[in-house]
Design a protein around this ligand. Sequence first.
Ligand code: FE2
Ligand code: FE2
Length: 254
Amino acid sequence: MIRHVTDDLYQIGEYVENEYGFEAIHIYVMLNDGRPILIDCGSHIHRESVMAELDEVVGDSVPEYIFLTHSELPHAGNIAAVAEKWPSIKVIVSNVMLPYIEVLPVLPLEQMTQVVPSTTIQSPTRTVEFLSALLKDQPGSHWIYDSRTQTIFTGDGFGYFVPESAVGALSDEISGGIATQWLADYHRVAFRFLQWIKPDRLNADLDTMFGNRPVSNIAPIHGGVIRGAEQVQVHLGRLKTALAAVNQAYWSEK
Ligand SMILES: [Fe+2]
Ligand SMILES: [Fe+2]
């Protein structure tokens, strides 16, 4: 499903059903004045549909970069297909293992770059900055900030499960927004280590990250975009509540 988010930012991808409802597996595209930038490339199980959607969104343009938040299959599962379709694309990764295996037969190794947090990539109308993910399920997972649309792409963070009625919706299209419980269910399942965190410290780090730059949108891979500065503040608060509740539930069950 292709959704226009704001300015030159598009959300595409599919959903999978699980015991909690439906989970998005999204890809983001910034058209970037004819030099598109992709964030992740979706699951291999959706290859046919997402490659068709990518083709439709970029049109005649050739994507210049693909950034992978991390190398799990729902995020990197179509990297070989993307590289075959656009062989000049530069692949930017936080972790080389899966891209190395998948990309090497298709692209010269020089087209793949591993970057560290605080690295920035400039183009005429935007700066893209790599951030150390505050919620990660692989060492080195990145969140990515785009200055033009003031969007943080949060990989697995800020994901949520939705009922069928909210499939494909952005946060401002859901009555009442994204429920704290949807965020809590997803984060409990996706980040099994939440038992061991100190919620106050993690939540303070989230406040710092969001306080250090203007954020108008949050773009999780496993959820629709949290769109608009007001929605960002509401849902940052809900995520912090959810993380503390998930942590607390482990200890109150003992
Ligand atoms: Fe992941
Ligand atoms: Fe994921």
